[in-house]
Design a protein around this ligand. Structure first.
Ligand SMILES: Nc1nc2c(c(=O)[nH]1)N[C@H]1C(S)=C(S)[C@@H](COP(=O)(O)O)O[C@H]1N2
Ligand SMILES: [Mo]
Length: 318
């Protein structure tokens, strides 16, 4: 990964990828889009008008990830979201979360550590300057984005609280506030949203706490003011609006493991050879594009992270 300085990003720059420009023609001829549609999966996407498709493409800024894939437009990154605390309708998260209060905000870091600490969000921003990380985000539902995050390695913050030798896992929790987050009245899920990583996964340099994207502060829909990003795992591991981080001895149970243990394992590494019980994970649709593409092992970060799972059966530890 070669991080790009925020100052080098010019999201206003107009860029029309030739291949996509040709596809606009196909759209104009009335071609249809086949979106994955699964219960609890990706919502059906209607065919965009030519004007909408043109807008999507011109909002991309010509920059790409290290594999040559263009950034997903700011508009799509901030208007197509999963955030069950607000709604399960991706297109409505932005409007329903717009007044979510992120200031004041504090994050308690504790459990099996020598130096537990409660951080104000302003302490975090000051102590851990953001760096640019361009990562692919692959949702378990079969869609993906390329997002220029701002953030810092989680490992830096964890080192500062000094995990004890008993600490084996890290557990994260989202704010519990049903008044602001009406989705938390849905008794189907065990709120607050909870996620976990093994300590070595949490300490890996690719694992970041994000405070922004596209060179700007995070918006509520993307998990403001602080969210996790673990690019080689399915998107649901990247928990939003974090208020607690605990170092623990036992493997934490995530919200998704509790909701459907046969479908969502603890590891949830992106793996095209291990299908979801209800759909294939072999391919994905990049938001803003029409065709599906092959899903890469560990979401394309195999060289960096495969060693973490040496000797493990990834079909069992899914
Ligand atoms: N607290 C919380 N975090 C969450 C979710 C959620 O519903 N609640 N959804 C997850 C899922 S399924 C995905 S794909 C990503 C989406 O992040 P984005 O909306 O910023 O693209 O957030 C993850 N983090
Ligand atoms: Mo997701």
């Amino acid at each position: 990964m070669v991080p790009v300085k925020p100052s080098e990003i010019t999201s206003e720059e107009v860029y029309i990828n030739r291949k996509q420009f040709m596809k606009l023609g196909a759209l104009a001829l009335g071609a249809t889009i086949l979106a994955g549609c699964t219960p609890g999966g990706e919502t059906k996407t209607s065919v965009p008008t030519v004007a909408e498709a043109t807008e999507q493409i011109t909002q991309q800024n010509g920059q790409t990830d290290e594999l040559g894939a263009p950034f997903t437009s700011f508009k799509n990154v901030t208007n197509y979201n999963n955030y069950y605390e607000f709604t399960t309708t991706k297109e409505l998260v932005a409007s329903l979360s717009k007044d979510f209060k992120t200031d004041p905000w504090s994050v308690e870091v504790g459990g099996l550590v020598n130096k537990p600490k409660t951080f104000g969000i302003e302490d975090i921003l000051k102590k851990y300057p953001g760096e640019e990380r361009i990562y692919r985000l692959r949702c378990v539902e079969g869609w993906s984005m390329v997002i220029p995050w701002l953030g810092f390695p989680l490992g830096k913050l964890l080192a500062d609280v000094e995990p004890t030798s008993d600490a084996k896992f890290v557990r994260f929790k989202t704010l519990l506030d049903p008044e602001q987050m009406p989705g938390q009245n849905d008794a189907w899920f065990e709120w607050p949203y909870t996620e976990g990583l093994r300590l070595d996964e949490a300490m890996h340099d690719l694992t970041i706490l994000s405070t922004g994207l596209y060179g700007k502060e995070l918006l509520p829909q993307n998990g403001a003011p602080l969210r996790l990003v673990v690019p080689w795992k399915y998107g649901f591991k990247s928990i939003k609006a974090i208020v607690r981080i605990d170092l623990v001895r036992e493997m934490p149970t995530s919200l998704w493991m509790a909701a459907s243990p046969n479908e969502y394992g603890f590891y949830s590494n992106v793996n095209p050879t291990v299908d979801h019980q209800r759909w294939s994970q072999a391919t994905e649709r990049r938001i803003g594009e029409l065709d599906r593409q092959k899903t890469l092992m560990f979401n394309g970060y195999e060289d960096e992270v495969a060693h973490l799972y040496d000797g493990m059966d990834l079909k069992v530890n899914f």
